[in-house]
Design a protein around this ligand. Structure first.
Ligand SMILES: [Fe+2]
Ligand SMILES: [Fe+2]
Length: 354
């Protein structure tokens, strides 16, 4: 921890950052004393997929390779890097090893988040043997960072519903398999989180990482965490809370009380958008901020990268999209929520690739 006062952090003047196209999320935290500013990078959802022998699905490899290369070109260099989960597609050692081999070219420490694709084959044993605990916290320059494993499920599902790990992983790898289990953080981690946060001053900026959203968006596709409200209740006492997540492979943002939610895009592929799944009868809209999306019919859209600028404790996300205009979702202090700076009130954003 630096000796910078927390008040200085919260007063921190906004910074203007040159927009550059990076296939990673770059996060800058700005302080009143600019020498304390720092950035971190964020890469997510690479889904490295083994075919046979030394063959892996090339597209997914290329997304991660490019993200790593661009991260190594960042200037200023990030203090550290977050990986948002789903290194592997089917949780195989070969996939995790291959993904970690690509990621080993990164020059800074990487903090990892567990994804369901890393977990359901062997309940995360191999991932943990290589990367350590799946939930933890640390402090960096006056900011408290927390990582949770949000994709575990009830023992009944884990141990009784499927014949073996391969079957369990196969079901969980599907987007909308009705035999898939719900996600949760669970009692044990919530007790740990409560004890961890009890020690932190409530004025400290809090940045939380999970794989699935710690909010309820669409249950059928597990864009959902069952105990989201209980976790939100633990985060609400803090003045400035930003939650970042992967898993949804698309741009999402929302505000619940003091908590700003932002998703990271995938380096692999995009999933469809809320408008397309709002037809489903079980759609349960919990978003407090309407999301305006890029093109749902363009297969590479909403994969890409974003630049995250956290100034004064609120995140602004600038998305560089494959074939669309750059989009920025920034916290609007007047409304107290993140909003698309250009298109928040448009129902159909302009598409540039036609
Ligand atoms: Fe994913
Ligand atoms: Fe996922």
């Amino acid at each position: 921890m630096s000796n910078l006062s927390r008040r200085d952090i919260l007063k921190g003047a906004g910074v203007l950052l040159a927009g550059s196209a990076l296939p990673v999320s770059v996060v800058e935290l700005a302080f009143a004393d600019k020498s304390q500013n720092f950035t971190f990078a964020y890469i997510s959802d690479s889904h490295i997929q083994h075919i046979k022998g030394n063959q892996f699905v090339r597209n997914w490899d290329r997304g991660l390779i490019r993200a790593v290369a661009e991260t190594n070109l960042m200037d200023p260099k990030p203090d550290f890097i977050f990986y948002g989960g789903d290194i592997a597609q089917l949780g195989k050692k070969s996939e995790i090893d291959h993904g970690l081999d690509i990621l080993s070219a990164l020059r800074q420490k990487v903090h990892y988040v567990m994804g369901e694709h890393d977990y359901y084959l062997d309940l995360g044993d191999y991932w943990k043997s290589q990367l350590g605990p799946d939930y933890y916290s640390f402090d960096h320059k006056g900011v408290h960072f927390v990582v949770l494993n949000s994709i575990i499920t009830h023992d009944e599902w884990t141990y009784n519903r499927w014949a073996n790990g391969t079957e369990r992983m196969g079901v969980m790898a599907g987007l909308d398999d009705p035999n898939g289990s719900p996600f949760m953080v669970g009692d044990k981690q919530r007790a740990w989180l409560k004890a961890d946060l009890d020690k932190v001053d409530k004025n400290t900026p809090l940045v939380v990482f999970s794989h699935s959203p710690l909010q309820k968006i669409f249950k059928n596709w597990n864009f959902w965490t069952d105990d989201a409200e209980q976790i939100q209740a633990l985060l609400q006492p803090f003045k400035k809370v930003n939650v970042f997540y992967g898993h949804v492979h698309q741009i999402q943002y929302n505000q619940i009380g003091n908590i700003s939610f932002q998703s990271a895009m995938a380096t692999a592929w995009p999933w469809p958008y809320p408008r397309s799944y709002s037809q489903a009868p079980s759609y349960m809209p919990k978003l407090t901020v309407p999301i305006n999306r890029a093109d749902p019919f363009f297969e590479r859209d909403a994969t890409g990268w974003q630049y995250i600028d956290i100034h004064s404790g609120n995140a602004a996300m600038t998305f560089s999209l494959a074939d669309n205009s750059t989009r920025t979702v920034a916290f609007n202090p007047k409304t107290g929520q993140p909003e698309d700076t250009k298109y928040q009130n448009n129902t159909i954003p302009p598409q540039e690739h036609y």
